[in-house]
Design a protein around this ligand. Structure first.
Ligand code: PHE
Length: 359
């Protein structure tokens, strides 16, 4: 069912949405600011072709809500926000650069209402272009001309999350021999696959770009690959969605043949009720914003001047324990881990609001 921009904005519980239409490229820019209780709303900038602007706005809003939870869960003082650049078609490099520069100037004009970083469809180079215009870009050092890629850090957290989930279900966090399907082998999925391979897992890879999956399978010495559109059906211990969101929906959930879903994609559940649907099927769902927080942790630590890779990786590795606690709490209450995670986040936000005298 088509949604309208107006109904989306009117029914949203967020702080607000900045909308800008870039005349030159016909791009709709949405900066969705969900919650600023904990600090400056921050989240990635996604660039993608959507069926229409409303779908782009809806994605920005849902992703912004996820960022509110993610920052609260990992105890960093940022709020939730996300930007979507809904391009009408793939842009040529010059047009793309111009768009990013104008977007950077738009960000600068917001004077710190939103900070951004890499997300699906954008890369560290793009962040440098934006960072030359706006001072609120995570991971960018304009003077030094450097821009960090959070992807491998996110991947480290995903593997930690998978270990927690595997330990919860099978009694040991050893990944040797576990059958794991990595869906999407891009900036995060590829390093996830490599780490899992090194840990002895048996990999199944799928990607909309089938050559990419096959190339990585060859590089890893013969992982299996699977046709992308029906890949969710593949039988495995762990299904790790590492690309687009909403792969857990009414159509896919009845056909899943895995014990665990744990991956990096944001907003894996098409709707919140799908968390319960997975629970009813006895499939353990590791909440996405817990599993994929490694990139946010890395960018936030670097923003505080912490450059020591080992220190950053140790903190990200803590996802294994924090997810383990959430999974145990959910098991004790016989509910989807999504509820247990959301509760922890709500408590933290409520405490922060109370401390600031907002409630
Ligand atoms: N987009 C990534 C995420 O959702 C990385 C990122 C985190 C970018 C925080 C900006 C700010 O986690």
């Amino acid at each position: 069912m088509a949604v309208s921009l107006r109904s989306l904005i009117e029914s949203w519980d967020g702080v607000g949405v900045v909308t800008w239409v870039d005349g030159e490229t016909g791009t709709w820019i949405f900066i969705a600011i969900h919650d600023d209780t904990l600090g400056m709303p921050s989240g990635g900038t996604r660039m993608k072709v959507y069926p229409g602007p409303a779908e782009g706005l809806q994605d920005a809003m849902r992703l912004a809500e996820g960022m509110t939870r993610k920052w609260a869960a990992i105890d960093f003082d940022f709020g939730g926000g996300k930007a979507v650049l809904a391009i009408p078609r793939r842009l040529e490099p010059e047009a793309r650069r111009g768009l990013l520069q104008r977007y950077g100037r738009l960000l600068a004009s917001l004077h710190g209402s939103f900070g951004t970083g890499v997300d699906l469809g954008t890369d560290p180079e793009d962040m440098l272009v934006i960072g030359r215009e706006a001072p609120y870009v995570h991971g960018v050092d304009v003077e030094a001309g450097t821009s960090e890629d959070p992807g491998p850090y996110t991947a480290h957290g995903v593997v930690s999350g998978i270990r927690a989930a595997v330990a919860h279900v099978f009694g040991s966090n050893d990944l040797a021999g576990r059958v794991i399907h990595v869906q999407g082998v891009g900036d995060v999925g590829e390093p996830v696959a490599r780490m899992l391979h090194d840990a002895g897992a048996r990999l199944i890879l799928s990607d909309l770009d089938t050559r990419r999956a096959e190339g990585l399978a060859d590089a890893l010495g013969g992982a299996e690959t699977f046709e992308p559109h029906t890949a969710y059906r593949v039988s495995c211990d762990v299904y790790a969605p590492c690309a687009v969101g909403a792969t857990l929906n009414d159509e896919t959930i009845p056909e899943l043949t895995c014990r665990i879903v744990a991956g990096s994609a944001n907003n894996q559940l098409a709707e919140p009720r799908h968390g319960d649907a997975l629970h009813a099927r006895d499939i353990l769902y590791a909440p996405d914003y817990i599993v994929n927080a490694g990139g946010a942790i890395a960018l936030a630590m670097m923003g505080r001047g912490i450059r020591d890779r080992d220190r950053i990786l140790t903190r990200i590795g803590g996802i294994e324990d924090s997810l383990g606690e959430i999974l145990s709490a959910a098991a004790a209450a016989d509910e989807s881990p999504m509820h247990a995670a959301d509760r922890v986040v709500e408590q933290k936000l409520a405490a922060a609001r109370a401390a600031r005298g907002l409630d």
